[in-house]
Write a protein that binds this ligand. Structure first.
Ligand code: B12
Ligand code: SF4
Ligand code: SF4
Length: 317
């Protein structure tokens, strides 16, 4: 077996669903242009870090000296079909986006990518360099995933794999090993606009741009301070994140559930009792959300969101 095939087998054994390789050249000029336009239009909102390290973000070889290849993995996080706990009608609840019903994916994926690097070292020798990236590194992950053949970009701006749908986390190993690159795969959205119609805020713009400042993920997770009344109303009963443009996508309809049994899923976290959130103290928040992506938002942020949800629920009653 070739090194590439060995890596592929190990990736699946580690519980990832997709693997692709691309060379470490800068992302295509067309995509760099989309990125520059996005920043110029102010669509990054308060996410100032998106304006920093731009050259690195567009060129993986700026993150690792003499980089030759980028190994891109995908982890399917489609929640398992299960009967949620019957709601207690007296208690108003807030919705939690699918990804946050799992343990935090950053550490989960990084740990497994470290194992993949160790495995490659056992075959290719320890003399190669590598850098692991999951979300937080300045790297255009979706653009690289397209080039590595994991899927295509939909009108919902997600990387979509025709078989697995769009609920896929991405992770990368940039390396100075030269590996054979993959080919982009076909797929398209023609004739469909379900995600645009499902978006409650207009973050998915008709001109194809993504106004992150309007996205409920941004508002409930990234936005610092009090959320202005207009956008706050659009949040509805979404306590943490939003899934509408993902759930509406036909590619997601028959997507298989996450097959990685080690990726901890909290069965009762799709809806959270809002009064319970307001009664949490620092200690109980830490105990409840220690391993969850919700931890990063912090207790005060979660309470801010709970108050918004309660006000919206009361208004619409
Ligand atoms: C900032 C950020 C956000 C922001 C802004 C999102 C956005 N659409 O830009 C907010 C907080 C809103 C957000 C939300 C979410 N995020 Co986010 N986020 C990121 C982050 C850190 C940077 C994204 C970025 O660079 N945005 C700027 C725009 C311009 O870049 P882009 O969307 O990647 O687009 C590039 C290409 O796709 C291409 N492109 C853009 N539009 C088009 C259109 C066409 C037709 C084509 C061909 C190409 C193309 O050009 C761009 C430049 O290369 C990445 C991690 C990373 N380092 O890349 C994760 C990431 C994109 N997020 C991810 C996830 C899972 C989410 C959420 C689903 C979370 C949730 N609720 O469950 C939502 C989805 C919202 C959505 N519909 O996009 C995953 C996406 C995986 C996937 N399958 O696509 C990533 C890759 C993290 C990861 N490692 O898994 N996120
Ligand atoms: S996550 Fe929600 S608010 Fe953000 S673009 Fe998708 S549907 Fe719109
Ligand atoms: S909902 Fe339709 S238009 Fe939107 S990403 Fe999915 S296939 Fe494309």
């Amino acid at each position: 077996m070739s090194l590439s095939q060995d890596i592929k087998h190990k990736t699946i054994e580690l519980g990832f669903d997709l693997l692709g390789v691309t060379d470490a050249s800068p992302i295509d000029a067309e995509q760099a242009e989309i990125f520059a336009e996005w920043l110029k239009s102010g669509f990054a909102g308060q996410m100032d870090y998106m304006h920093k390290n731009l050259q690195k973000r567009l060129d993986p070889s700026k993150l690792l000296e003499n980089a030759q290849s980028v190994i891109v993995v995908g982890l399917n996080y489609t929640p398992p079909k299960h009967k949620p706990k019957p709601p207690d009608t007296a208690a108003p609840t807030g919705k939690v986006a699918g990804y946050a019903q799992y343990e935090d994916y950053h550490s989960f994926i990084k740990e497994r990518l470290r194992k993949l690097v160790d495995f490659i070292k056992s075959l290719a020798g320890a003399g190669f360099k590598s850098k692991i990236c999951v979300d937080s590194a300045p790297l255009a992950e979706r653009a690289l995933a397209v080039r590595a053949g994991l899927g295509f970009i939909g009108k919902n701006h997600m990387l979509i794999n025709p078989e697995l749908g769009c609920r896929l986390f991405l992770g990368e190993i940039i390396t100075d090993l030269k590996l054979p690159p993959g080919e982009p795969i076909a797929g398209d959205c023609s004739g469909c606009r379900k995600c645009l119609d499902a978006c409650p805020t207009g973050a998915l713009r008709a001109d194809g741009q993504f106004d992150a400042g309007r996205c409920i993920n941004y508002l409930t997770i990234e936005y610092k301070g009090q959320i202005p009344p207009g956008p706050a109303e659009k949040i509805g009963d979404r306590l943490f994140g939003c899934d509408e443009c993902v759930v509406a996508c036909p590619y997601q309809k028959n997507a298989p559930a996450c097959r990685n049994k080690q990726f901890k899923f909290y069965r009762d976290r799709a809806q959270i009792d809002l009064q319970e959130v307001l009664s949490l103290d620092a200690e109980s928040f830490e105990a409840e959300f220690a391993e969850s992506p919700i931890k990063r938002l912090g207790l005060e942020g979660l309470k801010r969101n709970a108050r918004i949800c309660l006000a919206n629920i009361t208004r619409s009653a």
